[in-house]
Design a protein around this ligand. Structure first.
Ligand code: FES
Ligand code: FES
Length: 179
């Protein structure tokens, strides 16, 4: 626990040395100095300015901070930055193939009204991307379960589920067309 620097009768807190990490985020290498308790979300937003990763609850409940680490979805508010060293981190900024294009999931969310304020959307998209990476053609129940850790306070979930379903079908059709 962090205490006050000096407090009558209390403990003195010694400064904790920061550690320099090498992180790979969206294919780019970064060096950042972090404290042992710094979350990955803090590094992404405050150091790398990748603010598409949102922090809603900061407790692992809302999913707004979801990113992929080595292809698996994690809540970056609970994931320590030091744990990400040597791993590949993907944020919403790196979901599409290039910065000038949209991922099929992003296109489907726009076309099917899967977002309103957008606060949850980055996390929804990253969880959806993880879902489709291991279940390319999910049924409705699988989509709902795949997004069960992501909360939306405005759109309602039906349009989000429709969006993921549409993206999955488009990706499957594209895959079939190129096979
Ligand atoms: S901000 Fe991380 S789960 Fe809510
Ligand atoms: S679109 Fe506003 S929180 Fe989901």
């Amino acid at each position: 626990m962090r205490g006050k620097a000096s407090e009558p009768g209390g403990q003195k807190t010694l400064p904790v040395a920061k550690r320099v990490l090498e992180l790979t985020v969206n294919g780019d290498r970064y060096e950042v100095a972090v404290e042992p308790w710094t979350s990955l979300a803090q590094v992404l937003r405050d150091e790398l300015r990748l603010t598409g990763t949102k922090v809603g609850c900061n407790e692992g409940d809302c999913g707004a901070c979801t990113v992929l680490v080595d292809g698996r979805s994690v809540s970056s508010c609970l994931y320590l930055a030091v744990e990400a060293e040597g791993r590949d981190v993907t944020t919403i900024e790196g979901l599409a193939e290039t910065p000038d294009t949209l991922h099929p999931l992003q296109e489907a969310f726009i076309e099917h009204g899967g977002l309103q304020c957008g606060f949850c959307t980055g996390g929804m998209l990253m969880s959806s991307a993880f879902l489709l990476s291991h279940t390319p053609e999910p049924d409705e129940g699988e989509i709902r379960r795949g997004l069960s850790g992501n909360l939306c306070r405005c759109t309602g979930y039906n349009k989000i589920v429709e969006s993921v379903d549409a993206a999955a079908k488009r990706l499957a059709a594209d895959e079939g067309g190129t096979a």
